[in-house]
Design a protein around this ligand. Structure first.
Ligand code: AMP
Length: 580
């Protein structure tokens, strides 16, 4: 007897599973299937992430429980996204090969509704739907729910996160009072408990050990690097493991698109997936991703929901999410169906606490790993190259060609020739991995702020003081702009400002100590687009007192500072500099 038949499933279903290569039930299947079959009808809660086999955990008993001779819709499965809905429906279609009369239909938004209406006219015992489209179909009387006995809320936490609460309430009001509800969720926030209280009666509950799953299959890692170096760090990981396949999660659509553009421009096989793409574009991207012709998908959390790819080796977090649930969902894309996976967060030196927070709440341990240096990349690349050469079958034409080239290499020893070949490989690598060699920052968990301060102070040279100014790349300035601006406002020669470091919303510079007496005062009445300019000594590694924050809306109120005419935008200051 197969493991699945011990769970109480019918023989035809067990046969189908065998054909599909399902040998052993997963933990959620092992617990949920007998419970649902033996206690039918019962409400049920399954706490499980995607990748645990939860679809089969509810799908298999469902197929055995519905009456295939009855053409009415008896089961309704609600899913948060089109992708998840499609994947669920596909799995159910596969399972239902055991019962020829069972039809499964999937309906979702963003697709032609008239086709879906037509499809629902056929006998359809199981409907998989996204809530918005389902409601639309109910309102158009294209679907009848009065015979629905089983409602499955799949990824219920995601549906609530996506704002489907009211839709779910309304849909459930169209179903029978005595239907049963099976709810699956990766997490159990308050809102889900409320849903359970409102719609379920004495539900049986099964939780797959998320901790055990995380510890067993997913290795949680993090690297510490400056925010500006995250992309370079990612490239190193892609280079050192060219056969990896993964998703990088970004917090914004813009980050997603920019990173994908930047990487694909230099030849990496990556694409972006986010909500600004049309459904057709998203489908194309997913098709390419699934077909392995893409190494890395760069996606927002929302767009990546429901992606069902079982062989991802890596999940990267460009920035850690604010919600623990999002971390669970993101990392759960790897380490699926018995495969091992790595979930790697890129944090800046100030974010160590986020790692400790996740560790505490999820009861997992992160391992700090180092970003490969260029030397490590070189060694790795040469090793790969050497094994490629050793494994290459010699072409029939090679000897002939070699004879014709022989004269050109005659004076080189074998060793010399190899050295030159190695150099050509290294040259190529320098283009890809160029820039700073060590991208690692020294901070680990829990120690946040010291390093950036040291960095900035270390640039203070003898005979010069380091200063902070509250303008940065966000104001559109470059180093040259800033030097001209500082010189214009203070009247101090440009060459006395040095070691500029332009950051996002602030900058740092050195000024010869002989000239810096009362530097801040020069900026007291200076504004940039209505924002007061602050300049102060960077002794603490952060802006100190706020004595310079005074703002003058009255352009004549210059407190006698005759340089205040240089106020305006430092980014536009170069022309004024030239005029002087
Ligand atoms: P799910 O968590 O339902 O999204 O399932 C994740 C993946 O695991 C799906 O592609 C399933 O086809 C596969 N799967 C589910 N149960 C089993 C099993 N018992 N044996 C092998 N693969 C499975």
């Amino acid at each position: 007897m197969s493991h699945f038949s011990k769970l109480g499933l019918s023989q035809p279903i067990c046969d189908v599973l065998q054909n599909m290569g399902f040998e052993q039930p997963t933990p959620i299947q092992e617990k949920a299937i007998p419970m649902l079959l033996e206690n039918n009808p019962t409400d049920f809660i399954g706490l499980a992430q995607t990748g645990t086999g939860k679809t089969a955990a509810f799908g298999l008993p469902l197929i055995d429980l519905i009456d295939s001779k009855n053409p009415a819709t008896q089961a309704l499965i609600m899913a948060p996204t089109r992708e998840l809905g499609q994947q669920t429906a596909q799995q159910l279609v596969n399972f239902s090969k055991s019962k020829k009369d069972v039809n499964v239909e999937v309906v979702y938004g963003g697709a032609d509704i008239s086709r879906q209406i037509k499809a629902l006219k056929r006998p359809t015992q199981i409907v998989v739907a996204t809530p918005g489209r389902l409601l639309d179909l109910i309102k158009r009387r294209a679907i009848k729910l009065e015979n629905v006995e089983y409602v499955v809320l799949d990824e219920a936490d995601e549906m609530l996160n996506m704002g489907f609460k009211e839709d779910i309430d309304e849909i459930l009001s169209h179903t029978l009072e005595n239907r049963v509800t099976w709810l699956f969720s990766a997490t159990m926030p308050k809102e889900i408990r409320r849903l359970v209280k409102t719609y379920m009666k004495d539900p049986l509950e099964v939780a797959v050990d998320a901790e055990q799953k995380s510890n067993k299959d997913i290795s949680h890692q993090y690297v510490v690097t400056k925010s500006d170096n995250k992309l370079s760090a990612l490239k190193r990981f892609l280079d050192i493991q060219p056969d990896m396949k993964g998703i990088m999660f970004c917090r914004t659509k813009m980050d997603t698109q920019e990173i994908a553009d930047e990487l694909s421009k230099i030849g990496y096989s990556v694409e972006a997936l986010h909500g600004d793409l049309s459904q057709r574009q998203r489908d194309t991207v997913m098709k390419r991703f699934k077909s392995r012709s893409m190494q890395l998908l760069i996606a927002t959390d929302v767009a990546a929901r429901g992606i069902d790819v079982n062989d991802l080796t890596h999940v990267f977090h460009h920035k850690l999410p604010d919600q623990l649930e999002s971390y669970t969902h993101r990392s759960g894309r790897t380490g699926r169906a018995g495969n091992k996976g790595i979930s790697m967060a890129f944090i800046n030196p100030r974010e160590g606490r986020k790692i400790t927070d996740i560790e505490r709440k999820m009861n997992i341990t992160f391992e700090k790993v180092t970003i490969p240096t260029i030397d490590e990349l070189k060694v790795n690349r040469l090793n790969n190259w050497a094994s490629l050469i050793l494994n290459t079958k010699v072409d029939e034409k090679a000897e002939e060609i070699l004879n014709s080239l022989h004269g050109q290499f005659a004076e080189l020893s074998k060793e010399d020739l190899l050295k030159r070949l190695i150099t050509t490989q290294l040259d190529h690598l320098m283009v890809q991995g160029g820039g700073m060699d060590d991208l690692n920052e020294g901070q680990g968990k829990g120690s946040e702020r010291d390093k950036p301060r040291k960095d900035r102070q270390s640039r203070t040279k003898e005979g010069a003081n380091r200063y902070f100014i509250n303008v940065g790349t966000m104001d559109g300035i470059t180093e040259a702009d800033l030097i001209h601006f500082l010189s214009d406002v203070t009247g101090i020669g440009r060459r006395l400002f040095s070691d500029l470091s332009i950051q996002k919303n602030c900058s740092f510079f050195n000024l010869d100590s002989k000239h810096d007496d009362g530097l801040s005062k020069h900026f007291e009445y200076i504004e940039v687009e209505g924002r007061s300019i602050r300049v102060n000594r960077d002794e603490e590694g952060k802006p100190s007192g706020r004595q310079n924050h005074r703002k003058s809306n009255n352009r004549n109120d210059r407190g006698g500072n005759n340089r205040s005419k240089h106020s305006a935008n430092p980014a536009g200051r170069r022309n004024r500099g030239r005029r002087r």
